[in-house]
Design a binder for this molecule. Structure first.
Ligand code: SD4
Length: 307
């Protein structure tokens, strides 16, 4: 599929991330390099909710989760990582330099430092500081569905300026290879030690080069219980389009959650090995950014189940 290079990523912040990926893809570079460079843009941006600028856990500490997967089932993952600017690069280093897939917490930080990643100061961004202070007034953990695109930013997690915490990116390169990445500060004000779907291969992200790739955002617990991204890829393997596969996975979440489905948001993006992209969400308000040779800054509104 030469010439079909593309990147898609979750939410509107994906537009900027896609630019980072496109710098690599447009020169015929590898999807793996593109998905790393792309989400690094978001991790580094202090005014976004992903990375060290994101909301802390309920003890006031920012803990980061990320994973990366290439076209040959190589994968790396990091969870509950503190004080490192680019968890996605640590995940890639775990994939490339260790016999393991996943490192967590203190051990992950030790590995990162040994690999030359600088330890950043333990300090909340101004937005996160404000949101945390606000949250401390009630200290109630109650995830609220993502409604990023409805313009009602106040209803995000307890006064936070943005109400998602994750970027997931999928890319197809000019050689026809797929890769994916996912990085997050996790659900704001989570319990200390809580890990979501984003760093879990098969839940937050999955890539099978013969079929396609998928990634998730939203309520991580409900993505984990149905192995979200892997499920989407398996639906594509059965012949579904990327959008139909995302929809079928969302329908499964809805069945599992029953009446409680209305209280959560779960969203999937997918691309097949022909470069067809798609998405689907449980609730209104999800979008993904698409970048290819024809269109570099496109935002696509996702379909959703609960009308
Ligand atoms: C998590 N899935 O930690 C992530 C959160 C997320 O937009 O996607 N927020 O559960």
């Amino acid at each position: 599929v030469r010439g079909k290079a593309l990147a898609i990523s979750t939410w509107n912040d994906g537009v900027a991330a896609n630019q980072g990926a496109w710098e690599i893809l447009k020169k015929g570079g590898r999807a793996l390099d593109a998905v790393e460079a792309g989400v690094m843009v978001t991790e580094a941006s202090q005014n976004c909710c992903v990375g060290l600028g994101g909301n802390p856990d309920r003890d006031g500490i920012v803990t980061l989760d990320a994973c990366i997967m290439d076209h040959q089932f190589n994968c790396g993952s990091v969870a509950a990582l503190e004080r490192i600017l680019h968890p996605i690069s640590v995940a890639r280093r775990i994939m490339e330099k260790t016999p393991h897939v996943m490192l967590v917490g203190e051990g992950a930080q030790q590995f990162a430092v040994a690999q030359g990643f600088p330890l950043q100061p333990q300090k909340l961004s101004p937005d996160a500081e404000k949101a945390y202070r606000e949250w401390l007034k009630t200290s109630e953990y109650k995830p609220i569905v993502n409604i990023e695109n409805t313009g009602n930013q106040k209803t995000g997690p307890v006064g936070g300026p943005q109400n998602h915490d994750t970027i997931a990116m999928l890319a197809l390169d000019a050689q026809g290879n797929l890769s994916g990445s996912c990085t997050t500060s996790g659900m704001g004000f989570k319990m200390r030690g809580r890990v979501g779907d984003s760093p879990l291969i098969g839940s937050g992200l999955y890539v099978d080069n013969e079929v396609g790739a998928a990634a998730a955002t939203g309520q991580g617990e409900d993505v984990i219980r149905m192995a979200g991204a892997h499920t989407v890829v398996e639906f594509m393997r059965q012949g579904m389009s990327p959008e139909a596969a995302c929809r079928a996975a969302v329908e499964r979440v809805n069945r599992i959650k029953g009446a409680k489905a209305k209280d959560i948001q779960v969203c999937f993006i997918a691309v097949n090995n022909q470069g067809v992209t798609g998405a689907f969400a449980l609730q209104n308000g999800f979008s993904y950014a698409l970048c290819n040779a024809a269109d570099q800054r496109k935002v696509v509104q996702s379909g959703y189940l609960l009308k």
